[in-house]
Design a protein around this ligand. Structure first.
Ligand SMILES: Cc1cc2nc3c(=O)[nH]c(=O)nc-3n(C[C@H](O)[C@H](O)[C@H](O)COP(=O)(O)OP(=O)(O)OC[C@H]3O[C@@H](n4cnc5c(N)ncnc54)[C@H](O)[C@@H]3O)c2cc1C
Length: 403
């Protein structure tokens, strides 16, 4: 935490959002934009530099290739939101016009089992209106001659609304517009959550103040389970380290490199100007402290680079330019969002567990959470399948296209 703390202006708020990064700010903005909501909103953020949150370490990509219709719909809304950011934010001329750099995600299957998963995922995606194409190794080679595809039996790609987008600009504007609409942001840390009679009554801040609330939103990313525990709730969300490297190729590719998901689990994509971005998890992949940002330098030399060079022989000659470690808030139950009220504490609202796809889900999740806080129901996309009851009932939302 940056060290300074700010006091809230009031002793009580209708909604307190704990965590002011992309999820907290998306919710804050959608709430403040809803004429049916006229309560006061406080966002408590422990570090206004945002330098250790997941949002600051993201790869900022969006895909439509999911295994469930609901996740496809969530990404469709995200794409519309990104491409029409100015209109969504009230037509404000200061808001830039954004686009998606749609180089696509290319999933590569090296066995018939995974090829069948890609085939059945495509059915779901096509039915939901996505433009997924299956490609044989020969078709991939014709479109992208730089790959070595000797072991590949099938690929799957979508070149519409799938690729890179400018997440940090969207985050900046959501935060700025929420504040301009009257949402109060303070730098402080929630250190305790008070409850009475099956309801959250308020929070205690690191600086000592107690602040009362009508509803509380847990938007604390990799720290979500700690925040839930303050209210006596369990949440299967763990901080898991994910490494990213940006490298320059001595001989850049002659066309855009799709975000390629190698069967090994390494992914690599276009980053512009002859540079490329790649990433992978550690092995083993334990829960870590959310302040642990140590890099494993050997992971690139010994694992990632050989895989890249085998898949794209032109990547024999590359030089790492920058690297970082960030944290997924990994939902260990089913790698999907956990959303909505806690059954035993219904004014405690989860907005957690986004694993590797929270940036692109933030428009739909913020909108949905704001609807829940205002109406007690989802009014646009029905996000109730993400309710945490599915965990106790052992009904995972199976997502077979995780990266
Ligand atoms: C390497 C990497 C690559 C990724 N790539 C993609 C991608 O390409 N596409 C995609 O869609 N997603 C991607 N993601 C995931 C995405 O970045 C996250 O899902 C998303 O940023 C989560 O946002 P959040 O607001 O939930 O959490 P965070 O950004 O972590 O924010 C949580 C906030 O809560 C604050 N906080 C925590 N505890 C407290 C407390 N007690 N009191 C006050 N404040 C508190 C923290 O300071 C923090 O600012 C990636 C993630 C990583 C790590």
């Amino acid at each position: 935490m940056a060290g300074r703390t700010e006091a809230p202006a009031r002793a009580s708020y209708e909604v307190i959002i704990v965590g002011g990064a992309i999820m907290g700010s998306s919710t804050a903005w959608f709430l403040s934009d809803n004429a049916d909501f006229d309560g006061r909103v406080l966002v408590v953020e422990r570090d206004m530099t945002y330098e250790s949150c997941s949002t600051a370490h993201t790869n900022s990509c969006i895909r439509q290739q999911y295994s469930t219709e609901l996740n496809v719909r969530i990404s469709q809304f995200a794409a519309d939101f990104i491409k029409n950011l100015r209109r969504y934010l009230g037509g404000d001329e200061r808001v830039p016009e954004l686009s998606i750099r749609s180089f696509g995600y290319l999933y590569l299957a090296d066995n018939e089992g995974f090829a069948d998963i890609l085939r059945s995922n495509r059915e779901v995606q096509i039915a939901a209106g996505a433009a997924t194409q299956l490609m044989t190794a020969e078709e991939i080679r014709a479109a992208y001659p730089f790959y070595n595809l000797d072991d590949i039996v099938l690929g799957s790609i979508n070149l519409v609304d799938e690729g890179y987008w400018d997440g940090s600009t969207v985050f900046d504007w959501l935060r700025r517009k929420a504040r301009e609409n009257g949402v109060e942001y303070i730098e402080n840390e929630v250190v305790a959550i008070e409850r009475a009679g099956g309801r959250v009554t308020g929070v205690r801040l690191k600086s000592g103040e107690r602040v009362a609330c009508g509803q509380l939103v847990n938007a604390t990313g990799p720290r979500a389970a700690r925040t839930a525990a303050m209210a006596g709730l369990e949440l299967p969300v763990e901080p898991r380290k994910r490494f990213t490297w940006i490298f320059r190729a001595e001989k850049p590719l002659d066309r855009d490199l799709p975000l390629t998901i190698d069967p090994s689990g390494v992914h690599v994509r276009e980053n512009g100007g002859g540079t490329y971005l790649c990433g992978c998890p550690p092995d083993p992949d334990p829960a870590v402290d959310p302040e642990d940002f140590a890099m494993d330098h050997a992971r690139f030399e010994n694992h990632v680079w050989p895989i890249l060079a085998a898949r794209i022989p032109q990547f024999e000659a590359i030089r790492v330019q920058s690297e970082w470690a960030g944290h997924y808030a990994l939902n260990t139950f089913d790698h999907n969002a956990i959303l909505g009220p806690a059954p035993e504490l219904e004014n405690f609202v989860f907005l957690n567990g986004f694993s590797g796809h929270g940036l692109q889900q933030s428009p739909a999740m913020g909108r949905g959470t704001a609807e829940w806080l205002t109406y007690g129901e989802y009014r646009t996309l029905d996000l109730s399948p993400f309710a945490c009851e599915r965990i106790a009932q052992n009904r995972p939302i199976v997502e077979r296209a995780v990266i």
